[in-house]
Ligand binder design. Sequence first.
Ligand SMILES: [Zn+2]
Length: 205
Amino acid sequence: MTTHSEPGLTGRQVWQKLMDGNMRFVQGYFRGRDLLDLRRSLAQGQKPEAAILCCSDSRVPAEIIFDQSLGDLFVVRTAGLVLDPTSIGSLEYAVAHLHVPLLVIKGHEGCGAVTAAVEHPEAAHDHICAIVDQIVPAAVQARQTGKNGHDLIEATTDIHLKSLEETLFRVSPIIRAAVDRGRLEIIVAKYYLDAGQVQPLASTF
Ligand SMILES: [Zn+2]
């Protein structure tokens, strides 16, 4: 398997690389990469440095936000970051077979899926219900803070994001074992649309 990156980085070191990349993104300085060369070098295999669970929102692609390139990130995107057997299985694959040392749960400000769960959960129809229903418990919990409007949506997002880490721990023996053995670090972070910045929400770092 072709290895295009430094082997043996810890989750903390990978996170620092992602933060450095995000700072470049914030400032508008992107790292130049030879995509043709990179594409050829990756044709025989991948060794991404992190798995990212993030929203399908067109404004939040992890590769661009972290200024990464081909082969760097194993990205699982669902609207609102909701989990199901296939998205969990995808993350487990990254941990068990690609041996990523870092899993980032990256939500974002102004999430439409969260807004729907807060403001109009009853309006969701067809399979969209499966997305909204998974966020409604966070909205119920957030309402207990007395917040409303934008603050309520963002509080719901924060609660939902933190619950995802707990859920992954509960339902995935692969992820739990990797963390327990020190082979995987998980960080929960939030992306701010206007500033372009990613900030940890609740982290082990
Ligand atoms: Zn979203």
